[in-house]
Design a protein around this ligand. Sequence first.
Ligand SMILES: Cc1cc2nc3c(=O)[nH]c(=O)nc-3n(C[C@H](O)[C@H](O)[C@H](O)COP(=O)(O)OP(=O)(O)OC[C@H]3O[C@@H](n4cnc5c(N)ncnc54)[C@H](O)[C@@H]3O)c2cc1C
Length: 378
Amino acid sequence: MHTVLILGAGFGGLELAACISESLADEARVVLVDQNDSFTFGFSKIDILFRDKAPEAVRIPYADLTRPGVEFRQERVTSIDPRTRRVVTDRSEYEPDTLVVALGADYDHAATPGFVEDGHEYYSIDGTCRLRDRLAEFTGGTVLIGILSVPFKCPPAPYEGALLLHDHLTRRGLRDAARIHVVSPMPAPIPVSAETSAALVAALGERDIGYTPGLRVQSLDPVRHVATTRDGELAYDLFIGIPRHRVPEVVEASGLTEGGADGWIRVDPGTLATPYPGVYAVGDCADAPVPRAGVFAENAARTVAAGIAAQLRGSPPPEKYRGQGSCYIEFGGGLVAKVDADFLSGPAPVAPLYGPSAELAQEKADFAATRRRRWFTG
Ligand SMILES: Cc1cc2nc3c(=O)[nH]c(=O)nc-3n(C[C@H](O)[C@H](O)[C@H](O)COP(=O)(O)OP(=O)(O)OC[C@H]3O[C@@H](n4cnc5c(N)ncnc54)[C@H](O)[C@@H]3O)c2cc1C
């Protein structure tokens, strides 16, 4: 049996384990390692923040994972040697035939001075719970939403946050007492899709939500509650930031980021292979030319599964990674839009927009339910 060790049971790791369990059950066994005891969809943080969902209600325990040929182990990875494929965890050591790093992205709150002391975020579960509690006490004033660094997970998420915050404050009768302003270093919300960007900018405008593209918040002054930018200061009563993203420390220490852009794992964009034989990286931690989002991690995992199958069977290399994924965007009022992105199939990325509509809101719910079934039970 060929052993595939997958580090990280998130979007990428779970999809890869499912693919191998489905197509290579007789030839390969999977060991899937994650430090947590449960998986949570990134977008569930929005449900915790705005839809009164308890964190426990959106957690999917790994104990439910019954996929044949997949063994889940709750362990923390402490060292990775890509040359020998030797991995050490807090409980064990491994030397698999194939190693796939799917450890996602960590947040570096301290990279923005003042953010730890005076900022909030909804990119981690703990941060989301703190912000939910802070919002419950909010009675009015300026909410500044700042994207602190690029790349970051789920490019539409800051705009979804602003639109849903509008609904939340409206429901509580506080919208007239509040100002919402989004500040982004990017030139447009979704630069690859002019129509999606236009729809988001129009939606912000219709709700009187301020939007300043091309501007980055550099630091916060926790005493005066002002954000510093190249163009001067912006006052806030509540600052919500999209924190700077980085690879987990164990990945940085492994040397896998050498040659990758801005500290991400260097991969061949067509195969997701790293320069080390038998070592791949998928998802947010990899320096593939796609946004950081679960749907791209999933698409990358399928490419890696096909590559492992071709190698085991001696068949020709599979189709190259296309960087495809359908991203759902919450517009508020129960409406959801969908962007069908394809980054690598053609000479330039394409990303047409559908909706927003109530039907697509249902499709998004089905998307999560399908993943849950496929990954955990098959
Ligand atoms: C608010 C928000 C909304 C989002 N909405 C969407 C959306 O609508 N659609 C979409 O496609 N994406 C969305 N995303 C992005 C999506 O969640 C991520 O891009 C996706 O989870 C990346 O998958 P991954 O497998 O690379 O990493 P992850 O899913 O983050 O998985 C990485 C795993 O590695 C584990 N890990 C890390 N370090 C260690 C270690 N040392 N030892 C052991 N385990 C470790 C972690 O516990 C984690 O389970 C959203 C994200 C946020 C924050």
